[in-house]
Design a protein around this ligand. Structure first.
Ligand code: A2P
Length: 279
């Protein structure tokens, strides 16, 4: 079984560089999907209250052949739960659904600037970390101005920022601030929610290495030091996506994939500056 390298976060904790994302995994099949992933060698699972599948993740953790201490479980605070009391009760709900005493990583799911409460949410995460209920805290979908604000108001720097990132949507200017502050980038939709899998350039590079398009895309992330959480509900694809530690893309491959950037047109999800949906 492949061994996934660990990344050391700025708070000293470690996270597997590759994990399974379960966004859009149907709650009814989540326990099976996460069990398949653990059997395939995944030790890191990324869920969220907003995915409505934390219970399935919890069921898979309970029945796993692997001890809890070897798993890295991450979840996220829902957008409607930014006020302190709601954040604390949302967190309790998450922990009950997962059946866990301590969470490895908890993120603010979206900043929702129009709601204006993400600093309050960040303070609640700091409080929970102080109580030892969460090992690492971070954010998701935060732009530079959002991160600057939480740091200015609390002094606490997030361990990670989970953002949409793939060859069609790199928007590198937003990554620089994170990298300068040792905030690790975690790439969601690393395959562009599947949109980059049929790319001709990626197919050429895949055939050169005798690997699949998904494997090439995952290598592209790993070789830049990003944490990456591809999603699949199919065990054979999970096995394929983690089987990426025995080959390397060369500089030319990396540059060709960098050249696929489409800017805003490549974005598949919502824009964090304007996303205002509450859940
Ligand atoms: P499925 O879940 O049916 O396997 P992303 O991680 O960027 O969100 O991309 C996820 C999408 O890519 C899903 O539609 C998933 O489909 C598909 N996918 C994941 N891994 C592979 C793979 N190795 N080959 C083909 N499609 C894949």
């Amino acid at each position: 079984m492949p061994t996934v390298p660990s990344i050391t976060l700025r708070d000293g904790n470690t996270i597997p560089q590759l994990g399974l994302g379960v966004w859009q995994v149907d709650p009814g099949i989540t326990a099976r999907v996460v069990t398949d992933a653990i059997e395939a060698g995944y030790r890191s699972i990324d869920t969220a209250e907003g995915y409505h599948n934390e219970e399935g993740v919890g069921e898979a953790i309970k029945r796993a052949s692997v001890p809890r201490g070897e798993l890295f479980i991450a979840s996220k605070l829902r957008n409607g739960g930014h006020a302190r009391d709601q954040a604390l009760s949302s967190f309790d709900k998450t922990m009950k659904a997962l059946g866990l005493e301590q969470l490895d990583l908890f993120l603010i799911h979206w900043p929702v600037p129009s709601q204006g409460k993400y600093v309050e949410a960040w303070k609640a995460l700091i409080e929970l970390k102080g109580q030892g209920r969460i090992r690492s805290i971070g954010v998701s979908n935060f732009n530079q101005d959002h991160i600057e604000r939480i740091i200015a108001e609390t002094g606490e720097v997030p361990a990670v920022n989970q953002v949409e990132l793939h060859p069609y949507f790199q928007a590198r200017e937003r990554l620089a601030y994170n990298l300068a502050h040792e905030i690790h980038i975690e790439a969601y939709s690393p395959l562009g929610s599947g949109s980059v899998l049929d790319d001709r350039t990626v197919a050429e590079i895949a055939s050169k290495h005798g690997r699949s398009a998904a494997q090439v895309l995952i290598r592209w992330h790993l070789q830049q030091g990003f944490i990456v959480i591809p999603k699949s509900t199919h065990k054979a694809r999970m096995v394929e996506n983690i089987d990426v530690f025995d080959f390397e893309l060369d500089d030319d491959d990396m540059k060709r994939i960098d050249g696929l950037e489409k800017g805003e047109r490549g974005r598949t999800g919502s824009n964090p500056a304007t996303a205002s949906f509450l859940f």
